[in-house]
Design a binder for this molecule. Structure first.
Ligand SMILES: [Zn+2]
Ligand SMILES: [Zn+2]
Length: 373
C-alpha cells in the first residue's frame, strides 16, 4: 500500500550505546540496561511510509494499541530496545492487505498480533524453549510496532477476534504473558492465592487462577479505581484495600492479613512492581508454597530474603518473562468472555497525545491506557 502514516518514534540520539543491540542474549534475560537515570528521553511523532508487506505477511491497520510498563522503560531509555524504534507491542487492528502466500485471512478481518519473532534455529529454539530464544525479537521493542497507522506482520502471528472491542483486545498480549506465567507457576489444585496489585496483569492472573483450580484468590491493592474494577469484574474472592497515602495503616492491614492467615498462601504473586512489597511478599508464602515475581521493577531494586527460610520452607521462587505461543489460549479466554476485561482500559489517547498517555500511566489513576492512531 502506498502512502505515509504517523507513528510514535523513540530516537537513538540520547541512547548511543543502544543503537546496536549489544548481545541478543540479554533481551531473553529481560535485563534492563542502565544508561544514565537522568537522561531525558527523546521521542516525537514522525511521518513515515506505510510498511510494504512480504508474501507471507498481512498489513494491519492499527485500531488500538495498549501501553504497558515496557513502553515506559523504553521511553526512559532503560529497557533494551533497538533504536530508532516505533514502540507498541499490544497490537489490535483490521487487516487491510493480504500477502500473496497467505491463506485464512481476508481484508477487513479484526485481529490481534502476537508481537514475538523467534529464530527457530538457536540453542534454545532447537530445544523447544522458545521464550529463551537467543535472537528474540519483538514488534514494538526491537522492530517497528503498533503506535503507528499500520503494522506489517507474518500471518502466522495473527489471530481473529470477534466479540472484544478494540480497547478490550489490547489485553490479549498481557493475558498471553499471564498464561505463560501460570504455566511456569503450575499451581496445585485448590491453591489459596494472594495477589499484590490490581493492575491489568494482576486482574488477569486472578481470573486465570480462579479458572484453573484456585480455591481462594485474595487481591491486595491500593484503594482506588483499580480495586473498584477488580470488584466489578469479580476478579478475586476477597479484597484487601490498602490506603495509598498512609504506609503505616497499609502495613497494619497487611500484618492483620498475615495474622488472619497464619498458614499463609500456597501461591503469592507480586504484581505491583514495588520493591518493598516484593521484599515482604515472601512472608505470606505457606511452607512448600510458591512466590511469583511478576512486576516491572526499577533496575536498582533489590530484595533481602532469608535463604534459610527458602531452604527450610521449601519455597519456590518463580519468574516469568513475556510469552510465546500463548496467544491462542489468551484469545480463547478473552474473546469468549471467560476472562473479563470490560472496563480495564480506563484511558484512550491518540498517538499525538503520547506524552499525556505516559503521564497518565505514571499517575496511578489509570488501570490500562491505550492509544488509537
Ligand atoms: Zn506489555
Ligand atoms: Zn531462537
Amino acid at each position: 500500500m502506498e502512502g505515509t502514516m504517523d507513528a510514535v518514534c523513540y530516537h537513538a540520539v540520547r541512547f548511543p550505546s543502544l543503537t546496536h543491540f549489544p548481545n541478543p542474549k540479554l533481551i531473553t534475560n529481560h535485563l534492563l540496561t542502565k544508561t544514565s537515570g537522568s537522561q531525558p528521553r527523546e521521542l516525537d511523532i514522525v511521518t513515515v511510509p506505510i510498511p510494504q508487506i512480504n508474501d507471507d505477511q498481512v498489513l494491519i491497520q492499527v485500531t488500538c494499541c495498549g501501553i504497558c510498563g515496557t513502553d515506559q522503560h523504553l521511553a526512559e531509555g532503560e529497557f533494551i530496545g533497538r533504536f530508532p524504534l516505533i514502540p507498541g507491542h499490544e497490537i489490535v487492528g483490521v487487516i487491510s492487505q493480504v500477502g500473496g502466500a497467505v491463506t485464512g485471512f481476508s481484508v477487513g478481518d479484526r485481529v490481534v498480533a502476537d508481537n514475538t519473532i523467534l529464530c527457530d534455529a538457536c540453542f534454545y529454539c532447537r530445544r523447544g524453549q522458545y521464550v529463551l530464544c537467543e535472537n528474540f525479537e519483538s514488534l514494538g521493542v526491537t522492530m517497528a510496532g503498533g503506535f503507528a497507522g499500520y503494522v506489517a506482520i507474518q500471518s502466522k502471528k495473527v489471530y481473529n477476534i470477534f466479540n472484544l472491542t478494540d480497547e478490550e483486545a489490547t489485553l490479549i498480549e498481557p493475558a498471553s504473558c499471564a498464561i505463560h506465567g501460570l504455566d511456569k507457576l503450575d499451581p496445585p489444585v485448590g491453591a489459596e492465592v494472594l495477589i499484590f496489585g490490581a493492575g491489568p496483569t494482576g486482574l488477569i492472573l486472578a481470573q486465570l487462577l480462579k479458572l484453573n483450580g484456585a480455591s481462594k484468590v485474595v487481591i491486595a491493592a491500593n484503594k482506588g479505581p483499580k480495586t473498584a474494577i477488580a470488584r466489578s469484574l469479580d476478579a478475586g474472592d476477597v479484597y484487601v484495600e490498602l490506603p495509598r497515602d498512609d504506609p503505616e495503616a497499609a502495613q497494619a492491614q497487611l500484618d492483620a492479613l498475615n495474622g488472619r492467615v497464619q498458614e499463609g498462601f500456597d501461591v503469592v504473586i507480586e504484581a505491583t512492581g514495588s520493591e518493598k512489597i516484593a521484599n515482604d511478599a515472601i512472608n505470606f508464602v505457606r511452607r512448600g508454597g510458591s512466590l511469583m515475581i511478576y512486576g516491572v521493577y526499577a533496575n536498582s531494586d533489590v530484595v533481602h530474603w532469608s535463604p534459610a527460610k527458602i531452604f527450610q520452607d521449601e519455597i519456590k521462587i518463580v519468574g516469568s518473562f513475556a510469552q510465546t505461543h500463548c496467544f491462542p489460549r489468551a484469545v480463547a479466554y478473552l474473546d469468549s468472555g471467560k476472562i473479563k476485561v470490560k472496563g480495564m482500559v480506563t484511558d484512550v489517547f491518540s498517538i499525538r497525545e503520547f506524552d499525556q498517555a505516559l503521564e497518565k500511566m505514571k499517575s496511578k489513576t489509570a488501570c490500562k491506557v491505550a492509544l488509537r492512531p
